[in-house]
Design a protein around this ligand. Structure first.
Ligand SMILES: [Ca+2]
Length: 175
């Protein structure tokens, strides 16, 4: 009987935890990108972003993003809020893949990182022990399933997040 009670308690605790995670995800989930032709994209910071499923290497992901939208690049992230929003998109649309490409790229000669869209590298949330630059050859940025960042071999295949910046001139439909 005691064991049964304990099981019920564990079940309740797990249910509450699952509900909490779901509630938090909804809280962070971004609103739609209110721009004609891009309604399946989401507004994150000053960007519209979208998750893409086909797993490709970093370079292919970046060039695919350029074809998806004018000024398109792999996504850049500049705050915890943006990072959480992108994680919630990955959790909604991503496969149980090992990671998702973001637009961060290391310049090997200086060991510094840049975003492929040219925006400032002003925020980072590395996973513990990262970037470890394995074999001196991990130069591309992925987000793991917890929303933390890892440097990875650029030839690895991952799903990816594209983004384009909403400029003042094209923000007619903005809320
Ligand atoms: Ca690494």
């Amino acid at each position: 009987m005691k064991a049964a009670s304990a099981l019920v308690l564990v079940f309740l605790l797990v249910s509450v935890a699952a509900m909490t995670i779901e509630k938090r995800l909804k809280e962070f989930f971004p609103r739609a990108c209110n721009k004609w032709g891009y309604t399946s994209w989401y507004r994150v910071g000053s960007y519209c972003v979208k998750h893409f499923k086909g797993r490709v290497n970093f370079g292919t992901a970046e060039s695919n993003c350029a074809r998806q939208a004018p000024g398109g690049h792999l996504v850049s992230l500049h705050s915890q809020k943006e990072n959480r929003a992108v994680l919630s998109i990955i959790m909604k649309y991503g496969a149980r893949s090992p990671g998702t490409w973001l637009g961060g790229l290391q310049i090997p000669s200086t060991k510094t990182y840049i975003w492929t869209d040219g925006s400032p590298w002003n925020y980072k949330v590395w996973a513990p022990g990262e970037p470890n630059e394995a074999k001196g050859q991990e130069h591309c940025l992925e987000m793991n399933e917890c929303g933390k960042w890892n440097d990875l071999y650029c030839w690895k295949k991952r799903e990816y997040i594209c983004a384009f910046k909403l400029r003042a001139a094209t923000e007619g439909g903005e809320q």
